[in-house]
Write a protein that binds this ligand. Sequence first.
Ligand code: AMP
Ligand code: ZN
Length: 466
Amino acid sequence: MALRFYNTLTQQVQEFAPSDGKTVRMYTCGPTVYNFVHIGNLRTFTFQDLLRRWLRTSGFELNHVMNITDVEDKIIRSATAAGQTIQQYTKPYEEAFLEDCKTLRFEKPERIVRATEHIPEMAELIQKLTEKGLTYTSEGSVYYRISGFKDYGKLSHNDFAGMRAGTRVDVDEYDKDDARDFVLWKMKKDGEPSWQTSVGDGRPGWHIECSAMAMKYLGETLDIHAGGVDLVFPHHENEIAQSEAATGKPFASFWLHSEHLIVEGQKMSKSLGNFYTLRDLIAKGYPPEIIRYLLTQVPYRNKLNFTFDGLKAAAAAIDRLRNYKLRLETDKYPAGVNAEIEDRIAKAGADFRGAMDDDLNTAGALAAVFELIRDTNTAMDGGEFKEGNRASALAFLKLFDSIFDVLEVTQAEGAVGDAEIDAMVAARSAAKKAKDFVKSDAIRDELLAKGIILEDTKEGVRWKRK
Ligand code: AMP
Ligand code: ZN
């Protein structure tokens, strides 16, 4: 079965291919950099990383643009309170976000773009809407007249028949069901950053940022637009209204939205104060790959309940995966190939691909991995797993890790690398062979102090990190 995604726009699971059959033009809404992102935000970005990786594994190339919202109500409030310019205020948070992305092993989008560097493009788009009679000005600010766009509500599937025509909203975020004319351009206010443009002296609203940047880099119709589910309304609904009214073309073919990470039944959010940052969890001793695993294991359209037990279970799952890999790499097996086991591995591959193709069903993909681990471990114990099965079992694990990316151990700063450990293990074996047990024990203790455990097995010495 072909690759399919649930499309918020059509409310259906649909087969996916980019319009040119080759390169996926994808836009994802990035963070508003007024604070550190929390692991709820990072769940959404983890979903986008998985999406990228699976699209590439499916044979497509990517042109992925992610924005950084670096001008917006909350940013201006916070920068003013800190006595800084918005650039001074946002820079450390943007850097921290990019660092978090690296820590969680996200692939880099082809382009990361800042709102403040695209103000003229936003003004131009607003002007186009004005020429089409879709805007009006009130007290110097420019608003979008939603009653002028007949498809308003088509993404969030809200019937706005009873909407209050002519009432308007100045803030960037507001409640569901509260459809009002939204602000495109806010008139300059004292003490706020502003730009002199063709639509006046002021600053852009949040929604226009994404429409202008997405169309600049990706063209008028994107293949995929993605974000967290809370962006469906008003943000993405408004992006559609702005872009489609300006171009007369569909803005995006597929709209993908990931569900929230929740804590005790509530959305993890800054305003509720129920959040952890990535840095909080790492400081508590949870390595990034465990957090990454936790964020990937529940399919993106299901809510993910965050608990510390969940983190512990993720750690145990990674241990199992790593032990299996170690066994595959270092154990000795009888010569030959067991054809049944080859079939079993091929089936796991097909199940894994089938699950990922099915709207990124990560739970199904992981089930395929762990069922194979269980079956091959039994075969290994019974002497049925043969040398000739090793390569395909390892290749399957490689496919798994090219998407989930959790097998490699994150090196703490100053930690020892694999090559250094291999050299120490070899030195210890040499000392043992020369019956210099004082030296071999000293090396073993030194390794232990670095968190490396040695196991003397029939096949030789194995090591693993604690
Ligand atoms: P923001 O910085 O608030 O614009 O949010 C960045 C991204 O994180 C958006 O795509 C939001 O939809 C998403 N997001 C916010 N809170 C959560 C949460 N608790 N779980 C998952 N995604 C979230
Ligand atoms: Zn956006």
